[in-house]
Design a protein around this ligand. Structure first.
Ligand SMILES: C[S@@+](CC[C@H](N)C(=O)[O-])C[C@H]1O[C@@H](n2cnc3c(N)ncnc32)[C@H](O)[C@@H]1O
Length: 170
């Protein structure tokens, strides 16, 4: 490569975490059970609760004649992590800038409900098609299986080093 004409690429997203001051209470057995069923893995916690995430970007082409050419989509992993970190099963996740519906997909994978707003009306039929498509289900299943596989590998490595996972009592 020859200097000096290249640009620095700005490829980071900033995540703002805002929360109400009180700790959320899980009041009845149903809510407590939902919370337990929203548990994430120890090794996920170590990565997710760090302040820099290195992720691959999302594809930006939209192969549909009904909508604009580029999506502005973020990687599925971003809402997936945030939803797991800060909500519980059956909660409602709101995305006021839905675009292609990445947040809706992530919420579905995590067993949450979701509501989205989108200014661009041409996305309406796109959502109806995409969010009920086989590829939506395939992406969800792939993500869940990948997560389980990675966890099994983590445990296998852990045990190889002669350690036993901590069995927390819930
Ligand atoms: C960067 S895109 C979001 C992409 C989305 N995260 C995804 O993964 O596909 C931002 C979206 O917000 C929409 N938008 C902008 N202003 C809006 C508003 N005031 N209300 C609702 N949607 C809005 C735009 O049309 C655009 O589709």
């Amino acid at each position: 490569m020859l200097p000096c004409g290249a640009y620095i690429t700005l490829e980071h997203e900033t995540v703002l975490i805002l929360r109400k001051p009180q700790k959320r209470e899980f009041k009845n057995e149903h809510e407590k059970q939902n919370r337990r069923q929203s548990s994430y893995f120890w090794e996920e916690r170590n990565i997710w609760f760090s302040d820099i995430w290195m992720l691959n970007g999302a594809r930006q082409e939209l192969n549909s004649k009904d909508v604009r050419k580029r999506s502005g989509a973020f990687p599925l992993e971003i809402p997936f992590r945030l939803i797991n970190m800060f909500s519980s099963k059956s909660d409602i996740v709101l995305d006021p800038f839905t675009g292609t519906g990445t947040t809706t997909l992530a919420a579905t994978i995590c067993g949450r409900n979701s509501i989205g707003y989108e200014l661009d009306e041409s996305f309406s039929s796109f959502h109806q098609k995409e969010l009920t498509s086989q590829s939506f289900t395939d992406t969800a299943n792939k993500m869940i299986l990948k997560r389980i596989k990675e966890h099994r590998n983590y445990i296998a490595d852990y045990e190889k080093n002669g350690k036993q996972p901590d069995q927390r009592q819930l």
